[in-house]
Design a protein around this ligand. Structure first.
Ligand code: AMP
Length: 308
């Protein structure tokens, strides 16, 4: 089953307690696609500039990711500058250079139209809605967003939320979207806005899935499920952890015949595992060298450290 992801393909300049890197390959769609590629076929819709070289594209194509939907535009690729020097759990945005992203108008190649799963990574909700409208036949739609869109583009975002099967956001975003500080009440308010399920990422502390009676065809036994993260000796660069979580989570779901409560619980664990690899090196470096055997090993380890 193929996933179509639309989102940023970028260069990131990063500073963390482990050091600094300039213009490493990044972007929400890049991290998501790499993580999901371990489970299923992935197709990317995005835009890059003249600085996106064959060696950057090869990072994706060497994992079997379809890049036919990455448009080339005159100018520079999207460039994000972020710092985690004060807090490894919260990125501080120092600069967002939209560059070719400013004029981005997503175009879906004909060869992508049969994708069963759609992931709307963090971009302008107007663009998310346009892509959703071009993919009416998809089996499932999941999406992400960030504080900027929740604050300044709320009405456009609310339209996207009504179309989502699963929304994946972090604690601060749930609080901001709901105006509620209690986690459970905040999750309920967000689900009232449309998403059938909500996955809240708690950074290094794990993630919680909230399920409504609309989440599955058969009614789930549990209304919520919490997955832990792996205790890691060193976090080098948290950039892309959320997108890698989403890629592992959604990639696993797309690899399964139907979405059941059991599949969703395992997907949460695979999300944690892919996130744990992403943060071990700067940019996409660690996910590029990760093997399926390593993923399975960490999945088992996560099970062992978290069951009664
Ligand atoms: P996360 O998984 O939340 O750490 O996402 C990190 C990725 O999001 C980075 O690789 C950035 O290139 C990308 N990013 C940061 N800001 C934006 C934005 N405003 N729109 C789209 N992508 C962004």
């Amino acid at each position: 089953m193929a996933i179509l992801v639309v989102g940023s393909v970028a260069f990131d300049s990063l500073e963390t307690p482990s050091g600094k890197r300039e213009r490493v390959l990044g972007g929400a769609a890049t991290h998501f696609a790499l993580a999901a590629s371990f489970f299923t076929e992935v197709r990317v819709v995005g835009v890059v500039g003249e600085d996106f070289l064959p060696e950057h594209e090869a990072v994706l194509t060497s994992k079997g990711i379809d890049t036919a939907g990455i448009e080339r535009a005159p100018g520079k690729s999207f460039h994000w500058t972020g710092s985690y020097v004060n807090d490894l759990n919260a990125a501080q945005t120092l600069a967002t250079d939209l560059n070719v992203f400013a004029e981005f108008e997503p175009k879906i190649p004909a060869s992508y139209l049969d994708s069963e799963y759609l992931f709307l990574a963090n971009i302008d909700p107007v663009l998310q809605s346009r892509v959703r409208a071009q993919m009416p036949q998809v089996k499932m739609v999941a999406g992400d967003t960030m504080n900027y869109w929740i604050g300044a583009h709320r009405d456009n975002l609310l339209k996207v939320l009504r179309e989502l099967d699963v929304l994946l956001i972090n604690d601060a975003e749930v609080r901001m979207l709901s105006g509620e500080s209690n986690g459970l009440r905040a999750a309920e308010k967000v689900m009232d806005l449309g998403p059938k399920s909500l996955v809240v990422k708690h950074g290094e502390y794990g993630s919680t899935a909230y399920l409504s009676s609309r989440s599955f065809t058969d009614s789930p036994k549990r209304k919520a499920f919490r997955a832990p993260t792996l205790p890691l000796g060193e976090v080098v660069d948290p950039t892309g952890a959320g997108d890698s979580f989403a890629g592992g989570f959604y990639g696993y779901i797309a690899s399964q015949p139907t979405l059941t409560p059991e599949v969703l619980r395992k997907a949460m664990f695979y999300g944690s595992v892919l996130g744990s690899f992403a943060v071990e090196r700067f940019g996409t470096e660690r996910l590029q060298s990760t093997t399926r055997a390593e993923i399975d090993e960490r999945f088992q380890h996560l099970k062992e450290i978290s069951h009664l």
